[in-house]
Design a protein around this ligand. Structure first.
Ligand code: UAG
Ligand code: ATP
Length: 506
């Protein structure tokens, strides 16, 4: 990467301040933002809340010949000074990796809930249209190519810009043509996707979340960050049913022509697509779409679909994926097949038992998702007794505790309060806080700290028509306790052991 090209790019974005490089003809052999990964003749980027000048010194020891930063650290190698180092890192990464986004059709999902589900559904549809050519960056998993070794667990919902563009480069080199990815609000807060234009950006929904230390200072900032996806997408898809729809639609209109903005919703005659829910079972759901648009690409979408994850909210997610897949070139047949055959780890996974009802394992871990989940079950299956097993995370999202109680009061009959990533807090104290907001005339509550025991009691006490919801951890195989990921078998494994044990007893 040539210094003069980098400086020109930074100037184009009004980020460049000055440099102490003797010549701008330097060719950097590498780029790094972590000193442990710095190498010979490289450029090192100084950024981060916990940045220390020691990291810069160690990057220099590892071979860095210059650094990019917001201030001069007075070390022995020259600096390129910028006004905003996170934005500069994103641009430098794009230049260093040869702007890989230009060789990909990039689809980005944002929303408080449904990003992972929609990303999986879209990937499964488009993998039929473009076999072995669809990359995916989700909270759970990354896919950067067709081989088994091209798949690995994710660290963040949206990776740091350097890592993001690095993986995009690898995806392109592995022959990928499409990328489906999640765009967390933090991605915009921390400029991880600065300078990236999405071919399609989808805004699924918004409810208060991720507000607090290390996250957003307030809801306005959370919404502002998420809306940036609309301003950075060539085509926008927006859920017309969601709160703040008017603001999000207005943001989309700032940079996208109305004919490239698509909306969807239940019984929304003003939306591009309206959804009619036709049948919901415990394991999947059917819905139909009506098209209210003259756009030739959309006419065929007016048909019926079966999505293999239950819940009316998943009909909504599925409709967003239908629109996004269509813009990427998928046929209706691919959509129908893809939607009917997708399973998403820890999202509405169901297990049936002989005598203890149906068990749901779901990642719902705030009021919005718990409310959507329990209200769906309550409305669709009004005569079934609903038992929920849940906790609430420690060290963050304290307002979730009251939110969980509210959803339980509205829709559940029994709750087993237990441990869910307590961090540095006492899980029993967290459970008691949730309990303090529960209406005991409506919900019977038992606090059982060990999650395995809570699941055992919930399933064992359920009878045949009951619905038992194991909420919050999905397929997580750990509990975050005192800063350590402590091994935990995972809810599906524990539930299966309980079911097997109960079957032996019967
Ligand atoms: C508060 C926050 O968002 N921090 C993120 C941020 O950290 P940072 O840039 O401030 O870096 P830092 O951790 O302070 O470290 C300082 C710098 O020193 C460097 N370093 C460090 C050690 C060393 O020996 N040498 C060295 O050079 C580091 O590489 C880094 O550049 O950038 C890092 C990547 O460069 C992220 O790993 C880190 O995410 C933390 C771990 C995190 O958990 N963030 C959460 C809140 C998050 O982003 N969540 C969203 C999902 C939200 C949702 O569910 O929707 C996500 O996208 O995952
Ligand atoms: N459109 C939706 N509206 C409300 N709740 C939803 C919706 N889609 C999914 N959920 C619920 O939210 C949970 C998390 O879903 P998913 O992992 O797809 O969302 P996410 O946006 O990736 O979440 P997170 O940011 O918390 O990782 C699901 O298990 C389900 O209970």
């Amino acid at each position: 990467m040539r210094a003069n090209q980098l400086i020109a790019l930074l100037q184009e974005h009004n980020l460049f301040l000055s440099t102490t490089l003797n010549s701008d003809d330097v060719d950097f052999a590498s780029l790094a933002y972590d000193s442990r990964k710095a190498s010979a003749n490289g450029l090192f980027v100084c950024k981060g809340f916990n940045f220390s000048v020691d990291y810069l010194q160690s990057a220099i020891s590892n071979g860095a010949i210059a650094y990019l930063a917001e201030k001069d650290y007075g070390v022995d190698v020259p600096v390129i000074l910028v006004t905003d180092v996170r934005k500069a890192l994103s641009l430098a990464a794009q230049l260093y990796f040869g702007f890989p986004q230009n060789d990909l059709f990039v689809i980005g999902y944002t929303g408080t809930k449904g990003k992972t589900t929609s990303t999986y559904l879209t990937t499964n549809i488009l993998s039929r249209t473009f076999p072995q050519q669809v990359a995916m960056f989700s909270t759970i998993n990354h896919i950067i190519g067709p081989k088994p070794e091209d798949q690995y667990r994710a660290h963040l919902t949206t990776a740091e810009s350097f890592d993001l563009f690095h993986e995009m480069r690898q995806a392109v080199d592995n022959g990928q043509k499409v990328l489906v990815m999640e765009v967390a609000s933090q991605a915009y807060l921390l400029d991880r996707v600065y300078g990236l234009t999405f071919d399609v950006g989808i805004f699924l929904n918004i409810s208060p979340d991720h507000i607090g230390i290390n996250e957003h200072p307030n809801f306005a900032n959370y919404l502002f960050c998420k809306m940036q996806l609309m301003l950075n997408s060539r085509a926008c898809i927006v859920d017309a049913d969601m709160d703040h729809f008017e603001e999000v639609y207005a943001a989309a209109k700032v940079s996208t022509a109305p004919e490239n903005i698509f909306t969807y919703g239940f019984n929304q005659d003003a939306a591009t697509l309206s959804i009619t829910s036709s049948e919901a079972t415990l394991t999947d759901s059917q819905f139909g779409l009506t098209v209210h648009s003259e756009d030739d690409r959309l006419a065929e979408l007016a048909t019926s679909y079966n999505v293999s994850v239950p819940g009316d909210f998943n009909q909504s997610n599925a409709t967003a994926t239908i629109l996004a897949s269509r813009l990427a070139g998928a046929s209706v047949a691919d959509m129908q097949a893809g939607l009917a055959n997708t399973s998403i780890p820890g999202r509405m996974e169901s297990m049936t038992t002989k005598n203890h009802g149906t068990i749901y394992i779901d990642y719902a871990h705030d009021w919005g998702s718990m409310n959507a989940l329990l209200s769906f079950l309550h409305t669709q299956f009004p005569d079934h007794h609903i038992t929920a097993v849940l906790g609430s995370t420690g060290d963050k999202g304290e307002d979730r505790r009251e939110g969980f109680a509210k959803a339980l009061n509205d829709y559940a009959d029994t709750a087993f309060l237990t441990t869910d990533d307590p961090g540095h807090e006492d899980p029993i104290a967290i459970a008691k806080e949730i309990d303090s907001h529960i209406d005991h005339n409506k919900v019977s509550v038992t606090i059982i700290p060990r999650r395995e025991d809570a699941i055992q009691h919930a399933i064992a006490s359920a009878t045949n028509d009951d619905l038992v919801v194991l909420a919050g951890k999905g397929e997580d195989a750990y509990q975050k306790i005192n800063g350590v990921d402590t091994p935990y078998p995972s809810d599906p494994v524990v539930a299966q052991e309980v079911i097997d044990g109960l079957a032996d007893e019967n």
